[in-house]
Design a protein around this ligand. Structure first.
Ligand code: SF4
Length: 248
């Protein structure tokens, strides 16, 4: 695991017991940095839990299949916009069998407003076909099986595992990636590396809810372009407390 040591406001390692060539000291320093980051994250999680006690996915759905399809459609699109199209889509094609058998043009017509609709239509149709052919029409509650489905990456799979099956997963969307970096919880920019850094820093039981809270927090406070630092509840624990002076 790699974490940003400087983000923790950490004391330098003493180096006692390290090798003369400094290798031991570097190892000590890394351990100290990781512990400080974990402690800081514990405080951050507590504040976010207080700020957003009840969190759940904003994607309207009825059951794992509809959540899976809605999550695929949410790429590069707001949840609100996805909810607008999934109402009529699920009314007509709300089961794997119906979606798998539907003509591509019909699916495109329903989801046009979500952007990249040709690609998404192809993906959700192929995904539904794979569910029918390989899983008897059920959504598998398993990361490896989910990520083998067309159009399903780790982010989508972790959303479905957490919200539909209660299996904790770290969901790295654009908000989670940005805020994890700003808070110094990861030194990486690749979503999978960020996912593994976050998994190593907190208990499994909090993976899903913590990510949902970061998404709420990213929308309300730590936005990409205008973070509201002066009123931010995490300001004391952030390496960038004065990123902007935007007030609420
Ligand atoms: S202090 Fe600013 S940059 Fe840091 S988490 Fe809060 S809003 Fe984001």
């Amino acid at each position: 695991m790699v974490v940003l040591g400087s983000a923790g406001g950490l004391p330098a390692a003493t180096g006692r017991g390290g090798r003369k060539d400094g290798v031991g000291r570097i190892g000590d320093r890394r351990n100290t940095d990781a512990m400080a980051t974990r402690d800081r994250l514990t405080k951050i999680r507590k504040i976010l839990r207080r700020t957003y006690p009840d969190v759940k996915t904003q994607l309207a759905h009825d059951g794992p299949f509809q959540l899976l399809i809605a999550t695929i459609l949410s790429a590069q699109c707001t949840d609100r916009q996805v909810n607008r199209v999934t109402g009529p889509l699920f009314q007509e094609l709300g089961t794997p069998a119906k979606l798998a058998a539907a003509p591509l043009k019909q699916i495109e017509g329903f989801i046009r407003a979500t952007g990249f609709f040709r690609n998404k239509a192809r993906n959700i149709k192929r995904c539904a076909q794979a569910l029918v052919e390989a899983h008897g029409g059920d959504v598998p509650a398993d990361l490896a099986a989910l990520t083998r489905l067309p159009g399903v990456g780790r982010k989508t799979a972790n959303v479905v595992l957490g919200a539909a099956f209660g299996i904790p997963g770290v969901v790295v969307d654009t908000h989670v990636a940005r805020i994890a970096q700003r808070l110094g919880l990861t030194a990486h920019s690749h979503p999978v590396r960020i996912e593994f850094d976050l998994m190593a820093l907190m208990p499994r039981s909090d993976w899903s809810d913590f990510c949902l809270r970061l998404i709420y927090f990213g929308r309300e406070t730590c936005s990409a372009r205008k973070p509201r630092c002066p009123s931010c509840p995490l300001r004391r624990h952030c390496p960038w407390p004065d990123k902007t002076s935007i007030h609420p």
